[in-house]
Design a protein around this ligand. Structure first.
Ligand code: 5GP
Length: 337
């Protein structure tokens, strides 16, 4: 575990409001009861009882605690500090721009960026980038408005805002390729939650669109209920998959750790990264996720080093930043021998 904690790691899939720890929730005024609710999914013994709907309900607790610019700033800072303590050297944080009574979507984004700027590039050895999310529940007009705001903010912060994500309850809404095509045309990278539930039609449309990365891909492989046609298409495109083990097991979309679909990517030498998804809600850390993969799929320390190294390539960092991260990892290897 110590090796994994100090291994320089790359986090590509972390939602801001699912990543808050107890301490910051308390500081932001969350009652003890609400904090218990936020973490209740990991406390239930039989995870198979958890429904995806329940998992989505708990995010509201953190979102209720981050309704002002100051709280969004403090929450962002706290999440980045947690990742630094866990040996993460590159973090792509994602969040859904939200307007509240005293905060516009632009101000929400500005507050997250203020949190990022307060730590990124400082003495902390971490690069932080931002991916802005489109919520599946939002209608076409709201999503288009969000995209407009995201593109405007990106002009102001081109070194921080790198991409766009499509997330939220997979039972709601559907993937609108035209919207993400517009984002891509304007230079944003795309990371799309895909096949979290069985939905071959949508999965096909996402694969045809061809995002830079996909999130979860739980029901993509035929052994896990995906269609052969989609799997063949995936194998042609080989899009890196952001795997989030604890999240999938706790939400009940994966049956257990040993049965997690990541093994198809490991065994097939297909591109993937290991991620936390919502480390607060799922009581996890990136080093713990690495440990789970090591334990359940019998990987060596050098296999895990390689997984971290490969993730650099799938990131939305600049070429120079990628070189720097590769240097961190090579230096680590040198120091370990
Ligand atoms: P926020 O965007 O408010 O910073 O982070 C919480 C939000 O991220 C949730 O309300 C949800 O829209 C999205 N999210 C977090 N975890 C998951 C996940 O596992 N799957 C999907 N589809 N969306 C998620």
């Amino acid at each position: 575990r110590t090796y994994l904690k100090f291994l320089p790691k790359i986090e590509l899939h972390a939602h801001l409001n699912g990543s808050l720890n107890d301490k910051i929730l308390k500081e932001l005024g969350c009652e003890e009861d609400s904090i218990m609710q936020y973490k209740k999914l990991t406390q239930s013994i039989d995870k198979s009882d958890n429904t995806l709907q329940e998992c989505f309900d708990v995010f509201k607790i953190a979102q209720n605690a981050t309704k002002t610019q100051e709280s969004v700033y403090l929450a962002t800072k706290s999440v980045i500090e947690d990742f630094v303590r866990d040996g993460v050297v590159y973090l792509e944080l994602r969040t859904t721009p939200r307007s509240e009574i005293n905060m516009s979507k632009e101000e929400y984004i500005e507050s997250v960026i203020r949190g990022i700027e307060s730590l990124s590039g400082s003495k902390e050895k971490i690069f932080v980038k931002l991916i802005l999310s489109i919520d599946r529940r939002h209608d076409k007009k709201t999503s288009e408005e969000s995209l407009k705001i995201i593109l405007k903010m990106r002009e102001k912060y081109p070194n921080i805002i790198k991409g766009i994500d499509f997330s939220g309850n997979p039972n709601a809404g559907e993937f609108d390729a035209a919207l993400f095509e517009e984002a891509r045309k304007n230079g944003l990278k795309t990371s799309i939650h895909c096949a979290e539930i069985q939905n071959d039609d949508e999965t096909k449309r996402i694969l045809e669109f061809g995002p830079d990365r996909i999130g979860h891909a739980t029901y993509l492989h035929p052994l896990y209920g995906g269609s052969q046609e989609n799997w063949d298409l995936y194998c042609k495109k080989k899009i890196p998959v952001e795997c989030c083990l604890t999240s999938n097991v706790v939400c009940g979309t994966s049956q257990s750790f040993p049965e997690h679909h990541i093994q198809e990517w490991i065994n097939g030498s297909l591109p993937f990264s290991i991620n936390t998804d919502d480390k607060g809600v799922f009581s996890t850390s990136l080093s713990r996720e690495y440990q789970l993969v090591q334990r359940h799929f019998k990987l060596t320390g050098s296999n895990l080093w390689q997984i971290s190294y490969d993730a650099i390539d799938y990131s939305f960092a600049s070429a120079k930043e990628k070189e720097k991260m590769q240097y961190y990892l090579l230096q680590w290897l040198y120091l370990c021998h």
